[in-house]
Design a protein around this ligand. Structure first.
Ligand code: ATP
Ligand code: MG
Length: 561
């Protein structure tokens, strides 16, 4: 269950940092970074990393940088850079003046590579990519030294210069670290440092035709920025010896790499490559489609930054991979919105009710509490009249026992208004469909109660026909039908598990007038229907709402069992 006292949670990374501070390591300074590659929008897994890195800086009076890891020229796009900045800010974090791009360090990386060559720690290899693979060996077999491994420093310098000047073709030469081809750790078998890639970069344009490899560049980026604790996901654990090797050989500032388990969520995928496929192949309407696990998608769905931060705090940080139930994320949103969302009435599937004994042109203003969880939210007035809409599901002509909603001869309460009793059912002669109910009301039940001790168990929400506004309401289901979408027969991919019913659009909904005044992004509880938010495409002429979550808290249920 989420922490209710707002104490920062402890985890193994914070324990390590506390020890480093006690030992006065780096003069007790704490400096972290969030280093996204700008090749897609951020997802909820990135949010975990953002909360962790910025949260640690905040807790230990340190700093956190936002750094775009844009060393790979082919994939980066400005749109991604902008969306990432927007999402980090929206989550509530501030990099102040510490916005960096790894591509700004290309000159330095180049100098470091030269230093490695001069110290005999790097060489230019001329094996073909295929040969390099063969020479690398396997997990059970050691690798073999390349015949080019013992080139002289002078020759290496000349060849590297040619690589840089574009005189050599892609795939023909590679600058490699000279470590150990027999190391049991494959990452240490003379890994690549620089490759030739005659591609234009979104920030450095055509200045470079060699680009540094991630493992070489990343530690140096951290070092240049004097990062004290470089927090990354578990798959980099085996790369740590290499991270350390570069920094030691170059004798530069040496951050400490700490790994944690990445976040996985049920019923969704969490890799930018796969999310991009969903966008490109139009399985969703865009990166901010409310079904996407992206920060932009969650925001549009109606998630609050608070609920996402609370979720990240609740799941904690561990050293072992696991998959978190998406019901927990939904639970965190309910907890937050329960406290904050105004309760309003919206009818998703309208059924007209005429109150035969109510005066024809009378309109009464009924007082409604905005949020029973928050007295300061106050009250509002809702117009009531002779004809109202109720939910189709709230009426049954031949109900089973213990049905407490409306049925012929039975009485229910209209929330904040009156008791009504169903007297007659009107149908379409041709289709037999119920088109209207004729009811009577009890004038003594104003406000939704009487003092004669009469028991009325069912309560329905409603809106006045003459006062209600039209709205489109979008209901969402999981994007995938399986908890683990990757679980597919051979030869298929995660797209085989896409849920064809993940979006249901209701076009003829009726909502109370007060919703007109709220800007896009506002959230509400539609009584008995869930939490909803006003969509960014909503306009006064045509309001659009997204269901963020239903009211049924499956997570709370799991916890009670
Ligand atoms: P993806 O696999 O989704 O493309 P990535 O790791 O390639 O993600 P980066 O842009 O390199 O994405 O990630 C930026 C930071 O976010 C990294 O420090 C990475 O460790 C962290 N991160 C990425 N995915 C997750 C996740 N699912 N859980 C926690 N942290 C994550
Ligand atoms: Mg990556």
């Amino acid at each position: 269950m989420p922490d209710t006292d707002n104490k920062p949670s402890q985890n193994f990374i914070k324990t390590i940092i506390s020890e480093d501070i006690l030992n006065n390591k780096n003069n007790a300074r704490v400096h972290t970074r969030f280093p996204p590659e700008p090749n897609g929008y951020l997802h909820i897994g990135h949010a975990k990393s953002i909360c962790l890195n910025f949260g640690i800086a905040e807790q230990f009076n340190g700093l956190c940088n936002l750094r775009f890891d844009d060393t790979n020229p082919a994939k980066e796009e400005i749109e991604y850079v902008e969306s990432i900045m927007e999402d980090v800010k929206w989550l509530g974090f501030d990099w102040e003046d510490r916005l960096y791009f790894a591509s700004e360090y290309f000159d330095k990386f180049y100098e470091y590579a030269i230093q490695l060559i001069k110290d005999g720690n790097a060489y230019v290899d001329s094996l073909t990519p295929d040969e390099i693979r063969q020479y690398r060996g396997t997990l059970t077999e050691p690798g073999k030294n390349s015949p080019y491994r013992n080139r002289s420093i002078k020759e290496n310098m000349e060849l590297f210069e040619k690589m840089k000047n574009g005189e050599l073709e892609e795939g023909t030469h590679l600058l490699r670290a000279k470590i150990d081809m027999t190391s049991p750790n494959l990452n240490m078998r003379d890994p690549a440092i620089y490759r030739i890639k005659k591609a234009s970069h979104h920030r450095t344009n055509d200045k470079w035709c060699i680009y540094p490899m991630y493992d070489f560049a990343h530690g140096l980026e951290d070092s240049i920025e004097k990062i004290t604790h470089s927090i990354c996901t578990l798959e980099f654990e085996d790369h740590r010896p290499l991270y350390d090797w570069f920094l030691e050989k170059l004798n530069v500032f040496h951050p400490r790499q700490i790994e944690f388990a990445r976040l996985n969520l049920t019923y969704t995928v969490m890799s930018k490559r796969k999310l991009k496929k969903l966008v490109d192949e139009k399985y969703v309407s865009g990166w901010d489609d409310p079904r996407m696990p992206t920060v932009a998608g969650l925001r549009r769905r109606g998630y609050t930054a608070e609920s996402i931060r609370n979720f990240c705090d609740t799941i904690g940080v561990a050293k072992r991979e696991s998959t978190v139930d998406i019901a927990l994320l939904e639970h965190c949103l309910r907890e937050d919105l329960n406290k904050r969302a105004p309760r309003v009435m919206a009818v998703l599937h309208p059924l007209k009710v005429t109150i035969t004994n109510y005066p024809d042109n009378k309109v009464e203003q009924m007082q409604a509490v905005n949020n029973p969880e928050d007295e300061s939210a106050g009250t509002r007035l809702i117009p009531f009249s002779k004809t109202v809409y109720i939910e189709k599901d709230d009426f049954m002509e031949n109900p089973p026992k213990k049905y407490f909603r409306l049925s012929p001869g039975k009485e229910i309460r209209l929330k904040h208004a009156y008791y009504i009793k169903c007297e007659k059912v009107i149908r379409n002669e041709n289709t037999g469909e119920i088109t209207e109910l004729l009811c009577t009301y009890d004038p003594a039940s104003k406000g939704g109660w009487t003092n004669d001790g009469r028991k009325v168990r069912g309560t329905s929400h409603w809106v006045s026909v003459d006062h209600a506004l039209d709205a489109e309401i979008r209901l969402y289901n999981h994007l995938f039908t399986k908890q683990n979408p990757e679980n597919v027969p051979d030869g298929q991919n995660f797209l085989a598990n896409i849920n064809p019913d993940s979006l249901e659009i209701l076009k003829n909904c009726k909502v109370e007038q007060s919703l007109l005044d709220y800007p896009a992004g506002s959230f509400f509880q539609f009584m008995r229907q869930g939490y909803f938010s006003k969509d960014k495409d909503s306009a006064n002429e045509k309001m659009i709402f997204n269901r963020s979550v239903s009211l049924k808290d499956t997570w709370a249920k799991i916890q009670k069992k």
